[in-house]
Design a protein around this ligand. Sequence first.
Ligand SMILES: Cc1cc2nc3c(=O)[nH]c(=O)nc-3n(C[C@H](O)[C@H](O)[C@H](O)COP(=O)(O)O)c2cc1C
Length: 172
Amino acid sequence: MSATPTDVEHELKSVDIIVSKSDEKGDITYANPIFFKLAGYEPGELVGYPHSRIRHPDMPKIVFKFLWDNLKAGKDVKAFVKNLSKDGGFYWVLAHVRVSTNPDGSFRNYTSTRKGMSPKARELIEPLYKQLVEAEAIGGMDESLKILEATLKENGATLATFNETMQTIQDS
Ligand SMILES: Cc1cc2nc3c(=O)[nH]c(=O)nc-3n(C[C@H](O)[C@H](O)[C@H](O)COP(=O)(O)O)c2cc1C
């Protein structure tokens, strides 16, 4: 059961690095103390459960589709994510999700390393995600993908340069 969202924001300090690891399904296998603190859950309430336990309804589906399509293809992803805490509050991050392999090349885990989102990035991404969520309510991910691709194009980017573009937005 996820919380009812409120407009209470949980602030990240600039030094905070939030880390979690998952298995192939996205179920949490490890997280650092700040991950649990911000999410507002005890470790036992999150370890072994899907990351979607902290999914915020303001997150467009297309962002997670892009994440999983790339992870399954062995590629890293950088994406802005709004997460939902147990108390209904939220926090924004720029997540860098990587695929780790064992020495024999087999799958080891997915690791997400997150830092707080810059104010400039928030100005750009928050209205974009709102637009994507609205488009999905009407026409599903076909519609939100069109908007996402058009927005990237306006910024001289494509889905292929998504990660670099998100980092540029973060640093702008
Ligand atoms: C390592 C890793 C970390 C993730 N971290 C988050 C996260 O912090 N918040 C989130 O909503 N989804 C996160 N996800 C994506 C979730 O697995 C899931 O795709 C997303 O919450 C959407 O869930 P749903 O498709 O069940 O709605 C992460 C996935 C992986 C592999």
